[in-house]
Design a protein around this ligand. Structure first.
Ligand SMILES: Cc1cc2nc3c(=O)[nH]c(=O)nc-3n(C[C@H](O)[C@H](O)[C@H](O)COP(=O)(O)O)c2cc1C
Length: 182
């Protein structure tokens, strides 16, 4: 058996992760949007969601200041926009406008939804934990909606966008269902 040794700091490239675009607002209402993939559900009850954010990011500044965010579930339709959305524009610049993407109102929080996303998880900031070189941001889920066309009893995995690292993404996944014996 031949083995490939990876640099330990590249461990995350073995973990394929769904891409989300997190939208926040500044105190004066300016919209910010940025892609994240170090993210996961944490708790069913209460429903808690977490993502790892570099402390320098405008997203973290806004979450601390205004306490709300929307997790926009990215489909493969957003793949081509990643390089614009991840650009480090000055604080206050709306990346959605730069990318030519549209916003629409969220139902329970002030930051907008990204209209082109497949689904949305609206969150209120719950807590944070400084872990390594990132901030683990925890939000309590206040609303969840998915576009009907992307709901096939579960999320339509054929359209979901995942990140591996750098310019490498994964898409066009197939749904699998394995019997559970209880
Ligand atoms: C697909 C993708 C996933 C990313 N995931 C993360 C992440 O999980 N955590 C993070 O801190 N930055 C992540 N980034 C980088 C940020 O999106 C990027 O630095 C962005 O400019 C931050 O924007 P902000 O300063 O407006 O918050 C990711 C970028 C891409 C393209």
């Amino acid at each position: 058996m031949l083995l490939m040794k990876l640099e330990v700091k590249k461990y995350y490239t073995l973990l394929v992760r769904p891409v989300v675009v997190i939208t926040t607002i500044s105190e004066d209402g300016k919209v910010n949007a940025a892609p994240f993939s170090f993210n996961t559900p944490i708790s069913f009850s209460p429903p808690l969601y977490g993502f790892a954010c570099n402390p320098e990011h405008d997203t973290w500044v806004n979450v601390k200041k205004t306490g709300e965010f929307v997790v926009n579930i990215a489909g493969k339709n957003l793949g081509e926009y990643m390089h614009i959305l991840e650009t480090d524009f000055p604080y206050g610049v709306n990346e959605l406008e730069k990318a030519g993407l549209n916003k629409m109102p969220a139902k329970t929080v002030k930051p907008p939804r990204v209209k082109e996303a497949l689904a949305w998880i609206e969150c209120r900031f719950e807590s944070y934990h400084k872990i390594g070189d990132h901030i683990w941001v925890v939000g309590k889920v206040s609303e969840v909606e998915v576009k009907d066309e992307f709901w096939k009893d579960v999320v339509d995995v054929g359209n979901v966008l995942c990140h591996i690292g750098g310019e490498f993404f994964a898409q066009n996944m197939e749904l699998a269902k394995y019997k559970r014996v209880r």
